[in-house]
Design a protein around this ligand. Structure first.
Ligand code: GLN
Length: 481
C-alpha cells in the first residue's frame, strides 16, 4: 500500500509530517494511469480527490481532529451510490445515471475523512465470477493479465492487488468479495448479513447482498468495518446491534481455538488437487500449534449452488423489474406506441446476456406452476442450512474451507456453460445463504504462480472472533503490498 504497510502506519507518517494526503492521492492517480490496461476503474474522480486531499492536509496542519479514515484513498465498486456521481452497475441500462444520494456506507467513509478516488469495474449488476460480464469490458488480473481477477467485484480486488487505492469497497451476494480476493491474493471480508446498511447499494438479491471490504491487512479491514457498519434508519434489515471497535478488539480478545471444516468440501472432485493438499497440510499445521481442528459431515454441499441460484435469480427478477425504460434506465430510441414492446425493447437493449438469463430463470422459478417445486423448496433448504449452522457454531467457533475450488482461470476459459461458472461458487455461497461473516485470506501459492486463499467463517455477528483468528493466521506475513 503506497509506501506503507497499513492505514495505521500511513496515519503515523501523516502526523509526523513525513507524507501528505496530496502525495498519496497523486501516487494513486499515477498508478491508475499506468495500469489502465487492467480496466479496473470505470471512472476516476481526479479533480475532486486532489481538492479533498488538499483540504485534509490543511485541516491537519491547523490541528483539527482527524477522522478514522483521514486521507485514506478508497475505490468503490460501481454498484454503490455516491451522490452526484455516476453509478451504472457496469450495465448499459444505467449508463450515465447519476446517483441522487450516497449509500450509507459511502457516507460513513466520507464522514471519517476517506478520499473516494473512483468507481470500479465489476460484473453487470454484480452477477458473475470472472468480471467478464461487465458491459465495459473485462478486468484483468494484475499478476497475469491473461487471467481473470474473479468477480463480481473484480475491479475492486485488482485495485488493491495492483496498488491503485488503499482500500476497496465491493459487494458480496454469493462470494463477490471473497472470490476475487482469493484470485488476486488480497484480503476480502464479507460481514454478517445486516451488519452494514445496504441503503444505496444497487440490489441484486436483497436477502443475500452485503457490502464487503478489500484490504492488504486484517487490521485495515477491521477499521473500515468499524466505520461503515451499524444501524441505519434507511435499511430495516440492518441490525441495531452495537458496532464493536473491531480494530481494538482484534488485539484484545482471545483467539478462538475450536475449528471445524466440512469433510465434503475438501473431498469434492472439483477441488484442484494441489489446493487440497496445501489446505490439508495447513490444517495439520494448525493442529500442531494447538488448535482443535475437526472434520464434520455436511451432506448438503451439492444443494448449495442450486439453492443459491434459485433464490438469487428470483430476487433479482423482482429487483431488476424497475429498470423498464420508463421509471429507470435506458429507453429504446425506437418510437414505439405499444408499452409492452417499449419495455421489452428497452430491457433487451439495456441488459447483457447474463443478466437476461438470470431474470428469465428467476421469473421461471417464481411462476405459478413452478413456485412450489423450486422457490419453496429452495427456501426450505435455506432454513435447514440456517438450523445446521446454529448447531455447528454452538460447538465450534470457526469454520474453514477453501475460498474457491480452482485458482484464477484464463479469460474466456470458464465461459463454456453458465453452469460451469456457477459451480465455482460452491464454497462461498454458504455464508450468504445463512448470513454469517466470512473472510478470504491469501495464505497460499499455487505452482502455476497464482495465489489462493483460505476462507474463514464464524457465527453471525461474531466478526471480532473472525478477525482476530484471521489476524493470527496472517501474523507471520501480513501482506506487504
Ligand atoms: N458469482 C456469484 C453470482 O454470480 C456471486 C455474485 C456476487 O456475490 N455478487 O451470483
Amino acid at each position: 500500500m503506497f509506501r506503507f504497510h497499513s492505514i495505521k502506519d500511513y496515519h503515523t507518517a501523516l502526523i509526523a509530517e513525513q507524507v501528505t494526503c496530496i502525495q498519496a492521492v497523486n501516487y494513486y492517480l499515477d498508478q491508475i494511469k499506468q495500469h489502465q490496461n487492467l480496466n479496473a476503474y470505470l471512472e476516476v474522480f481526479t479533480e475532486e480527490a486532489i481538492e479533498l486531499a488538499k483540504a485534509l492536509d490543511a485541516a491537519r496542519a491547523q490541528g483539527l481532529p482527524l477522522g478514522k479514515l483521514h486521507g485514506v484513498v478508497v475505490g468503490i465498486k460501481d454498484v454503490l451510490c455516491y451522490k452526484d456521481h455516476k453509478v451504472s452497475a457496469a450495465s448499459k441500462i444505467l449508463e450515465n445515471y447519476t446517483a441522487v444520494y450516497s449509500a450509507t456506507a459511502v457516507q460513513h467513509l466520507v464522514d471519517e475523512g476517506a478520499i473516494i478516488i473512483g468507481r470500479q469495474n465489476c460484473d453487470e449488476f454484480a452477477m458473475g465470477s470472472s468480471n467478464e460480464n461487465s458491459a465495459y469490458g473485462p478486468v484483468k488480473n494484475a499478476l497475469d493479465i491473461e487471467r481473470v481477477p474473479g468477480g463480481s467485484s473484480g475491479g475492486s480486488a485488482v485495485s488493491v492487488q495492483a496498488n491503485l487505492c488503499m482500500i476497496s469497497i465491493g459487494s458480496d451476494t454469493g462470494g463477490s468479495v471473497r472470490q476475487p480476493a482469493d484470485f488476486c491474493g488480497v484480503i476480502g471480508l464479507k460481514p454478517s448479513y445486516g451488519r452494514i446498511s445496504r441503503y444505496g447499494l444497487i440490489a441484486y438479491a436483497s436477502s443475500f447482498d452485503q457490502i464487503g471490504i478489500f484490504s492488504t491487512t486484517v487490521a485495515d479491514a477491521a477499521l473500515v468495518l468499524e466505520v461503515i457498519a451499524g444501524a441505519d434508519a434507511f435499511d430495516s434489515t440492518v441490525s441495531n446491534q452495537k458496532v464493536p471497535a473491531y480494530s481494538q478488539e482484534i488485539k484484545s480478545i482471545e483467539v478462538p481455538k475450536k475449528i471445524a471444516y466440512f469433510k465434503e468440501t475438501l473431498e469434492h472432485p472439483g477441488l484442484d488437487p494441489e489446493m487440497k493438499a496445501q489446505t490439508m497440510a495447513y490444517l495439520e499445521q494448525l493442529k500442531k500449534e494447538g488448535f482443535i481442528v475437526e472434520a464434520i459431515d455436511f451432506s448438503l454441499l451439492s444443494y448449495l449452488v442450486p439453492t443459491y441460484y434459485v433464490l438469487t435469480t428470483a430476487e433479482a427478477s423482482s429487483n431488476l423489474s424497475r429498470f423498464d425504460g420508463v421509471k429507470f434506465g435506458h429507453r429504446t430510441k425506437d418510437a414505439l406506441d405499444d408499452l409492452t414492446e417499449l419495455y421489452k425493447k428497452s430491457r433487451t437493449e439495456g441488459f447483457g446476456e447474463e443478466v437476461q438469463r438470470r431474470i428469465l430463470l428467476g421469473t421461471f422459478v417464481l411462476s405459478a406452476g413452478y413456485f412450489d417445486a423450486y422457490f419453496t423448496k429452495a427456501q426450505q433448504v435455506r432454513k435447514k442450512l440456517v438450523d445446521l449452522t446454529t448447531a455447528l457454531f454452538s460447538n465450534y467457533s470457526i469454520l474453514v474451507s477453501p475460498t474457491v475450488p480452482t485458482p484464477a482461470f484464463k479469460l474466456g476459459e470458464n465461459n463454456h456453460t453458465p453452469t460451469e461458472m456457477f459451480l465455482a461458487d460452491i464454497y462461498t455461497v454458504y455464508a450468504n445463504l445463512v448470513g454469517i461473516p466470512a473472510i478470504s485470506i491469501p495464505l497460499f501459492k499455487h505452482s502455476n504462480g497464482m495465489p489462493f486463499g483460505l476462507q474463514i467463517m464464524s457465527a453471525g455477528f461474531n466478526e471480532s472472533e473472525l478477525l482476530s483468528f484471521a489476524t493470527k493466521l496472517m501474523e507471520p506475513k501480513e501482506l506487504n503490498a
